[in-house]
Design a protein around this ligand. Structure first.
Ligand code: ADP
Length: 281
C-alpha cells in the first residue's frame, strides 16, 4: 500500500503466505491507487484472492512427479547394471541377439536421462526461494565447460569467452546447470566441430549473457516454443542426440526464479544465440 501511495501505479503480489489461526493460507494481492476528483492519490484499494487450494494442488503435482521420478530411477539403474553385465559376457550369447542388448542399454540410458531431467525440473519448481550469492561468471563457466567436455572427451568442442562483465548475483549451482544445458545443446546440434561463444556485458541495468553457436539454427516459428516441456523442433533431426526435450524448460525455470528473462535468436539457417538478462547485483 505504501508503495502505491508513493508511486500511483497498480501493484501485484503473488501467492504470499498469511498465517490465520495457526493455518497458513496463500493470497494474491492487487493494490490499485484511488485518485480523488482533482487526481491526487489519497488512498488505495487492495483485493485479496485466496489461492490456497490452487497452491496445494500445484504442490501435490510437483511432489508426485518428484516421487515417481525418484522411485523409477532405482529399478532403471538396476536394469542398466545387469544389461552391462550381459554385454560384458556377450561372447556366450548368440550373435544375432547382440543388437538387442545395445538397444536395451541405449533406451535405459534415455529413460534415466528423462527421469533425471523430470526430477531436476520438479525440484526447481518446488523451491520457493533461491539463494543467490555474488558469483564470478568465469568460475561457473569453467565448471560447466569441464562438465560438458567430460561427457564425451573425444568430441571436438571449443568455448570462446568474451566476458566484459564478470560479477553476477545467482545461485551458482543452478546457474552452472543453465550453462551446462546451453553448452551441451550447442555441442549437440552443431555438427562435427562445434564452437560456442559465451559473451557477457552490462546493458540497461541488466547483466546480459549470450551463448552463440554456429549450428543449423532454429526456424522462427519454433523460437518461442523451444522452452516448453518436451518440445523438440524436428524429432527426426534430433533422433540419436539423446535429448529429452526438457533441457531448455529447466533453463527457463532457473532464469525466471532469478527474476531474469531468456530468449533465443536465430535466422533459422546459421547459428542460434540464447540471450539471458538478469537483474544486476
Ligand atoms: P533436447 O533435450 O531435445 O535438446 P531442449 O529442451 O534442450 O531439449 O531443446 C529443445 C529443442 O530446441 C531441441 O530439441 C532442439 O530442436 C532445439 N535446440 C535447442 N538448442 C539448440 C541449438 N543450440 N541449436 C539448434 N537447435 C536447438
Amino acid at each position: 500500500f505504501e508503495t502505491v501511495l508513493q508511486d500511483p501505479h497498480p501493484q501485484k503480489l503473488k501467492g504470499f503466505p498469511v498465517t490465520i489461526q495457526n493455518e497458513v493460507r496463500f493470497y494474491n494481492l492487487t493494490v490499485t491507487p484511488l485518485p480523488d476528483a482533482s487526481g491526487n492519490v489519497g488512498g488505495a484499494v487492495g483485493v485479496f484472492t485466496d489461492v490456497t487450494d490452487a497452491k496445494k494442488t500445484e504442490q501435490m503435482r510437483v511432489d508426485f512427479v518428484a516421487n515417481v521420478s525418484h522411485e523409477i530411477r532405482s529399478p532403471l539403474t538396476s536394469i542398466k547394471g545387469f544389461t552391462q553385465m550381459l554385454k560384458a559376457g556377450q561372447a556366450r550369447i548368440p550373435e544375432d541377439f547382440h543388437p538387442f542388448l545395445e538397444k536395451i542399454l541405449h533406451n535405459t540410458e534415455r529413460m534415466i536421462a528423462l527421469f533425471n531431467d523430470l526430477l531436476n525440473l520438479s525440484v526447481i519448481e518446488s523451491r520457493d526461494r533461491i539463494h543467490p550469492e555474488p558469483t564470478q561468471i568465469a568460475e561457473i563457466l569453467d565448471l560447466a565447460e569441464a562438465a560438458v567436455k567430460s561427457t564425451d572427451p573425444t568430441k571436438k568442442f571449443s568455448v570462446v569467452r568474451e566476458l566484459s562483465a564478470s560479477r553476477l548475483l545467482v545461485d551458482p549451482k543452478l546457474f552452472e546447470h543453465v550453462l551446462i544445458n546451453l553448452l551441451e545443446n550447442a555441442r549437440k546440434y552443431s555438427g562435427t566441430s562445434p564452437e560456442v561463444t559465451v559473451s557477457t556485458r552490462e546493458s540497461n541495468g541488466r547483466f546480459e549473457i549470450r551463448v552463440s553457436d554456429k549450428g543449423p539454427g532454429i526456424a522462427k516459428e519454433h523460437l518461442g516454443r523451444i522452452f516448453e516441456r518436451f518440445y523438440r523442433v524436428d524429432t527426426s533431426r534430433e533422433r540419436g542426440t539423446g535429448g529429452t526435450g526438457l533441457g531448455l524448460a529447466i533453463v527457463k525455470h532457473i532464469v525466471v526464479k532469478h527474476r531474469g528473462t531468456i530468449r533465443a535468436e536465430s535466422d533459422g539457417q546459421s547459428g542460434t544465440t540464447f540471450v539471458i538478462e538478469l537483474p544486476l547485483p
